[in-house]
Design a protein around this ligand. Structure first.
Ligand SMILES: Cc1cc2nc3c(=O)[nH]c(=O)nc-3n(C[C@H](O)[C@H](O)[C@H](O)COP(=O)(O)O)c2cc1C
Ligand code: SF4
Length: 438
């Protein structure tokens, strides 16, 4: 393990993670001692439109993967329309490699709740939901406990802090399906239907939950709000880059010495993040990595100095996504890693549209053939052709995301595929996987 240099350590900017190491920060009394609910007291006196403007000025972009400007999204909610408005927090966190929302909700649930109250006040919503992944039992318990504490203290319920503003917050556990992280599938699931994406338009801003105006935001997005209210938009913009402002929680996993969450200003590079994480594991050299989860095209050791912000990663041919950097070494096989991800997409495909449902099914079979030493050169064309028929032709982003590691691994690591096909590498799967596969 290597020790990070002082100038690299200074790149850490703990904002959303700043309370994580404080014992019992999940309890209301401790949270309040650490500045908790100070932002709400300030925000509740402001005009809701000014709060929307503040978030617009901060340049905050969604932390759920797409990086949509948050203030703009809030501004889409029609006013004086006589309909109820809803805020829905997307706490599904299903993207492989992503682990930033769960620790936030476990260690600092009140920061999310405080963000929910301020955001709801800004968009004039009197009911909010946190849709949390069903398997995240511990985080859900912490959240429910924190909601009860906030209610008792007058931060939730009727006439919050004497302002006349009412808000009820419901923590809803899903059943654990990756597709329920897609915002419209999430809304269907929340309404009690099977979680499948909706046709858009109309968009959730006008026809969301129960066909009413709804904002859907990621946990990290909403938890950023109290800090912006207290620190101001200029302070927020002092971190990050021009179009990607603020700090970001990068989740590092794989072949590094100290995996975990590292919160840094946007624009940090993987080289610096690996240094912060104590270097690669002994005996491992970086070979490939995902900048933002398995739905984002792979990058290689040639991309160590790419700025990890929305623009930098996209210029390098990938997507910042959820900033889940999964790090693989020269001892890992990109063909096998891609196969394992495809198994996931095949399993999680909701089946609504043909390109994703059929394409992933067949691609898994082609990979099994290649990895069992029975692949052909034509298989590589079949994979690219299948991706071509999925990408941009699927009903939602799950299908598009499934193709990312296939096309990028073929772009950078075609020789690995050829090694299996031409018999230079021992089969990774037994022939049994080719028989009677479901
Ligand atoms: C298949 C799929 C899964 C997704 N899973 C999540 C998720 O777990 N959490 C999340 O915040 N966004 C997820 N998203 C993105 C959401 O649809 C949506 O863009 C996001 O919740 C908006 O919040 P933001 O603007 O704060 O980023 C997913 C998208 C797709 C296509
Ligand atoms: S792309 Fe996949 S997950 Fe999305 S609607 Fe189509 S089948 Fe369902």
């Amino acid at each position: 393990m290597t020790t990070p240099r002082r100038e690299t350590l200074e790149k850490l900017t703990p904002v959303l993670t700043k309370r994580w190491l404080s014992p019992d920060a999940w309890r209301l009394d401790v949270y309040e001692r650490l500045d908790g609910y100070a932002a709400l007291r300030k925000a509740i006196k402001a005009d809701p439109d000014d709060l929307i403007q503040l978030i617009k000025d901060s340049g905050l972009r969604g932390r759920g993967g797409a990086g949509f400007p948050t203030g703009l999204k809030w501004g889409f909610i029609p006013q004086n329309d006589g309909k109820p408005h809803y805020l829905v927090v997307n706490a599904d966190e299903g993207e492989p490699g992503t682990c930033k929302d769960l620790p936030l909700m476990t260690h600092d649930p009140h920061s999310l709740i405080e963000g929910v109250i301020i955001a709801s006040y800004a968009i004039r919503a009197n009911r909010a939901y946190i849709y949390i992944r069903g398997e995240a039992v511990h985080a859900a318990r912490r959240l429910r406990h924190a909601v009860a504490e906030a209610h008792k203290a007058g931060y939730l319920g009727r006439n919050i802090l004497g302002s006349g503003f009412d808000l009820e917050l419901v923590v809803h556990s899903g059943a654990g399906a990756y597709i329920c992280g897609e915002e419209t599938a999430l809304l269907d699931s929340l309404e009690g239907f099977r979680g499948q994406p909706r046709l858009r338009p109309p968009f959730p801003a006008t026809h969301g939950l129960y066909a009413s105006p709804t904002v859907v935001n990621n946990v990290g997005t909403i938890a950023s709000v109290p800090y912006i209210v207290l620190g101001g938009s200029a302070w927020w913009k002092s971190m990050g880059t021009e179009k990607s402002s603020g700090p970001m929680i990068y989740s590092l996993s794989g072949r590094i010495a100290n995996p975990g969450q590292y919160e840094c200003s946007m624009g940090i590079t993987l080289r610096e993040l690996i240094e912060l994480a104590g270097g690669m594991q002994p005996g491992h050299n970086l070979r490939f990595w995902t900048p933002g989860g398995s739905s984002t095209p792979l990058l290689t050791a040639d991309h160590l100095d790419v700025p990890l912000d929305f623009e930098g990663v996209s210029a390098a041919g990938s997507i910042l996504g959820t900033t889940a950097t999964q790090i693989f070494s020269d001892q890992d096989c990109p063909v096998y890693a891609t196969y394992r991800w495809l198994e996931f997409y095949h399993h999680e495909s909701c089946g609504k549209c043909t390109p994703c449902r059929e394409g992933n099914y067949w691609m898994v079979r082609v990979y099994r053939r290649i990895l069992a030493g029975q692949g052909t050169h034509e298989d590589l064309d079949t994979l690219l052709d299948t991706c071509d028929n999925i990408l941009g032709r699927s009903f939602c982003g799950l299908g598009d995301g499934a193709t990312s590691s296939v096309t990028s691994s073929l772009q950078y690591f075609k020789q690995d595929y050829l090694d299996y096909i031409e018999g230079r590498r021992a089969p990774r799967l037994s022939e049994k996987t080719l028989v009677g596969a479901h």
